[in-house]
Design a protein around this ligand. Structure first.
Ligand code: NAI
Length: 673
């Protein structure tokens, strides 16, 4: 039986793109490593790359040991002679090794031939791992006498930097082999996931194939341009790269071959002709100088320009639904756990959230609707929702909004006041202006209740970010004019003061406040929104300061904050005319920070709030204070404040956490201490 304690020496076969990276990891982890390839030149080049990479790690401080000391554990072996036969040196290296990791070209015959030779010469109970990305482990294992010792160990490129390793169980792989290989991956500093069944593409490549292929078909059929899709992916979904941008970067041929191999082995997917066209035209992306984008010359990478304002043209659910469906298939067929699937897409593909986290946030009903919509748009292409997705919808397990989806969520606690509704969706809280039949007109009661709610939430440690929005079709159409009937000038001034106090409270609030403008934001409604930190508006929102039409002027900071946001002239134009402007125009004026379709407002606000909620609370508070106070004073006072706050933050535990996590390439967990 294989045992982790017996593994002291590892033989990596193949010194190419993946092999030299894997060798580096094994050597850093303290193993003696043989690196084998077909000739000395290739091995030499691999060793040089390892040395360069180690010296970079050493410079950064993440490698404590000297480069030479790590290199001294690596032993080169030429493994074939001029006739292509395996050498005696290789045979000896095999006899001396306790584990094998193969990273030679993706050809079954080559791999089987190699595994047969290793199997014939190895010690007992030695694990034989393959880094194949598309060949079945079971078929490679069939060339050996001990398929229980053959396992998939799928690293991602470049191995030293990419944290994910998929550990794949072939049909006959033993549990001990899987568990020892898992341990080895951990010892290499990686975060492994277990793929319990030998399915084509394992986890990450299957999910990625669905996602890219859907993007590709939507572009091929002309529903959206590649730029619109990439903008939605980069700015809407916050992926590190757009779909086509990624294809260009990694090489369109890579996806073409991997998808082809997966389809040939039973993965039900209709290859998008656009990839094939690009492949046939040798427009493979960055490496050929042209793919979906153009590059200065072959191999010269310049990040494609993708306009942010196109992000709203494509509903991101449409792009992700088939990937979620694939994830559900993997779960339904017990290929991996949902935690491992989410981990694989985050660590292997760099997605900002797990697949199922996305699904729960969008809503399972929305995923199923999107799959149906794709079927209507693109024809019958395996867009049928899996049984699991259908069952979840019928059981009302729709995700975050119903408290249960792929994951369970704490029930959203709601507290209803006379004029507002507070929803505790930890770590965020929603304050909903709740007088929908009065278009959420701001009354003295509402001002009081908003102030009290803000005070309570500021001290609530479970809440990190606030979102203020309106019920019904308005954010708020303004101050409640009925309350003005017959009031004295003194009472009006007091109303104005009270409202202003509320806006100041928001501006100097200890936590970030996002304003989700769902419809009218007029008069006092706009003034309230201007005191929040970030404003997101739905496309159908209307904004303005119409007070002039009633004979008065904005009284809750409008004459002060509007010019600070849009400048003197534009604010006078708005205040003098009392005209309303659309969300799009307000965005152009920088009065709001983002415009999204109405159906996406809630989710966009939530996504942003969740993203910010993961940041260190004290640093957020300091940043907000430095910006707000700095803007109201001169630059010397502002810089002084910034330096003091900067220094102060170094007394917090969160800075220690942030720096450690950065060095250890982990996600930090900030406590606000
Ligand atoms: P590569 O072409 O860069 O390197 C393969 C190396 O194997 C070459 O140096 C070649 O000379 C050597 N080689 C060929 N036959 C050999 C033999 N019989 N014995 C010893 N060495 C031999 O290929 P790459 O990209 O490193 O891929 C290797 C494996 O890793 C493939 O199975 C591939 O599917 C998989 N993989 C590749 C990833 C990538 O992004 N490049 C990612 C994950 C897996």
């Amino acid at each position: 039986m294989p045992s982790i304690d017996k593994i002291k020496t590892i033989l990596v076969i193949g010194a190419g793109t993946m092999g030299h990276g894997i060798t580096e990891l094994a050597a850093i982890a303290g193993y003696k490593v043989y690196i084998a390839d077909i000739n000395n030149e290739i091995i030499k080049s691999g060793l040089e790359k390892i040395k360069w990479s180690l010296s970079k790690l050493h410079e950064k401080g993440s490698l404590k040991e000297s480069v030479d000391s790590v290199m001294s554990r690596i032993i080169p072996v030429v493994n074939t002679d001029s006739q292509g036969n395996f050498t005696k040196d290789f045979e000896n290296a095999i006899k001396d090794s306790d584990m094998f990791i193969e990273a030679i070209p993706e050809r079954l015959d080559l791999k089987q031939n190699l595994f047969k030779f290793i199997d014939k010469n190895r010690k007992a109970d030695t694990i034989m791992a393959t880094n194949t990305s598309s060949l079945p482990i079971t078929e490679i294992a069939a060339a050996t006498s001990a398929p229980e010792l053959v396992v998939g160990m799928h690293f991602f490129n470049p191995p030293p930097l990419m944290p994910l390793v998929e550990i794949i169980k072939g049909e006959k792989t033993s549990d001990e082999t899987v568990s020892v290989t898992y341990q080895i991956a951990k010892n290499f500093g990686k975060q492994p996931v277990i793929v319990k069944k030998d399915v084509p593409g394992f986890i990450a490549n299957r999910v990625l194939a669905r996602f890219l292929n859907t993007a590709c078909w939507l572009a091929y059929k002309g529903f959206y341009s590649t730029l619109e899709i990439d903008s939605a992916v980069r700015y809407g979904l916050n992926f590190p790269m757009g779909a086509f941008e990624l294809a260009d970067y990694s090489g369109i041929d890579v996806f073409y071959f991997v998808n082809k191999a997966m389809i040939e082995r039973g993965f039900k997917m209709k290859h998008c002709p656009l990839f094939e066209q690009k492949f046939n035209a040798k427009e493979l992306g960055m490496k050929t100088g042209k793919g979906f984008y153009e590059y200065p010359k072959p191999g010269a990478y310049v990040r494609p320009q993708i306009p942010k304002e196109l992000a709203n043209k494509v509903d991101p659910v449409l792009l992700l639904a088939p990937a979620v469906n694939e994830g559900a298939w993997l779960l339904e067929n017990d290929v991996a756990t949902k935690e491992d699937i989410d981990k694989a897409v985050m660590l292997g593909l760099g997605w900002p959230k797990g697949l199922f986290e996305f699904a729960d946030d969008f809503g399972i009903d929305k995923i199923n609707t999107a799959l149906k919509q794709l079927k209507d748009l693109l024809g019958d292409q395996d867009f049928e929702p899996t049984k699991m997705l259908k069952d979840m919808e019928s059981k009302n397990e729709l995700g975050r909004k119903t408290g249960k989806g792929f994951y369970e969520y704490k029930k959203i606690e709601e507290v209803s006041k006379k004029t507002i509704l507070i929803k505790y969706e930890k770590p965020i809280a929603w304050i909903v202006l709740n007088r929908p039949n009065r278009l959420n007109a701001i009354s003295p009661d509402m001002i009081k209740e908003l102030g009290e709610a803000l005070d309570e939430l500021e001290l609530n440690d479970d809440i990190r970010v606030l979102i203020i929005t309106g019920a019904g079709r308005a954010f708020s159409a303004g101050a409640d004019v009925t309350a003005f009937a017959g009031i004295t000038p003194m009472q009006a001034a007091i109303f104005s003061k009270k409202f202003q106090e509320l806006t100041l409270k928001m501006e100097f609030y200890a936590k970030p406040i996002i304003i989700a403008i769902n419809g009218y934001a007029l008069g006092g409604g706009l003034e309230l929104s201007m005191s929040g930190d970030i404003r997101i508006a739905s496309e159908n929102a209307l904004l303005g300061q119409p007070e002039i039409n009633l004979g008065f002027i904005p009284g809750a900071g409008g004459t002060q904050r509007l010019p600070r946001l849009v400048g003197r002239g534009q604010s006078k134009l708005l205040i003098f005319t009392g005209d309303n402007i659309s969300a799009k125009d307000a965005y152009a004026l920088k009065l709001i920070d983002k415009v999204v379709p109405p159906e996406r407002l809630e989710q966009e606000a939530r996504d942003l709030a969740l993203k910010i909620s993961e940041k260190p609370p004290l640093a957020l508070m300091a940043a907000k204070l430095a910006i707000e106070q700095g803007l109201e004073s001169n630059i010397w006072a502002g810089l002084n404040l910034e330096a003091n706050l900067f220094g102060l933050l170094f007394s917090t535990e969160d800075v220690a956490e942030g720096v450690t996590a950065f060095l250890e390439k982990k996600k930090p967990s900030f406590k606000g201490k």
